[in-house]
Design a protein. Structure first.
Length: 216
């Protein structure tokens, strides 16, 4: 990756959030769980598959929520968003084992899956589009498949972030594990900001209101 492209994508994805020592973390009992999906490690940070991480990190930045040292296969940030106590979770199990971390997070938070929103990439939506929904199948997404398998059901909200498909007959696996192009940086930045706003709407007004406002 050349230096110019790295600089642009660093500005979009942001620097890796630093963990705050546990003794400084505000103790918040969450009413909602916001889960961003991705793969751990610096080599995956700017990739399309990690756009779920990018969105929840933007949400955490807006509300000054800092990630704690990892536990239960995930990184956590607790705080209050527009009056709603929230835990933001990033599984560190790699995408196809996301259910392990999500199941542990729900158990620790003492929340049901219906109180959870999962943010993930979607190759069936073009870059710039987002789509909220409640329940339904995984549509082939390995992270959602893992979560459904771990929970034994589909009853949780999702926020799908469009990343588009590879041109021609390009391999989808290679595509999602590749960094965004420099030409996509502005659209990506706008999409991340709109997705974070959609989560705020979901928290305060509910899934139906958020769908009506952001799915158009």
């Amino acid at each position: 990756m050349d230096g110019r492209l790295r600089l642009i994508l660093d500005r979009v994805a942001g620097a890796a959030p630093r963990a705050r020592p546990a003794r400084y973390e505000r103790r918040v009992v969450p009413e909602r769980l916001i889960v961003g999906l991705g793969n751990p490690g610096a080599e995956y940070r700017r990739t399309r598959h990690n756009v779920g991480f990018m969105v929840v990190e933007e949400l955490a930045r807006r509300w000054d929520m800092r990630f704690k040292a990892p536990h239960n296969h995930a990184r956590w940030a607790n705080g209050v968003i527009q009056g709603v106590p929230v835990a933001i979770v990033e599984p560190l199990t790699f995408m196809n084992l996301s259910g392990r971390a999500v199941g542990a997070a729900l158990k620790e938070s003492q929340l049901s899956p219906t109180a959870m929103l999962v943010v993930h990439d979607d190759v069936d939506l073009p870059l710039g589009r987002i789509r909220l929904r409640f329940g339904g199948s995984a549509a082939g997404h390995k992270g959602i498949i893992s979560i459904i398998d771990a929970l034994g059901g589909q009853e949780f909200a999702r926020l799908r972030i469009g990343i588009g498909r590879p041109a021609g007959s390009g391999d989808v696996r290679d595509y999602v594990l590749a960094p965004f192009e420099a030409s996509e940086a502005e659209a990506l930045r706008d999409t991340i900001e709109r997705a974070a706003s959609a989560i705020e709407c979901y928290l305060t007004a509910g899934i139906e209101a958020a769908m009506n406002r952001f799915n158009g």
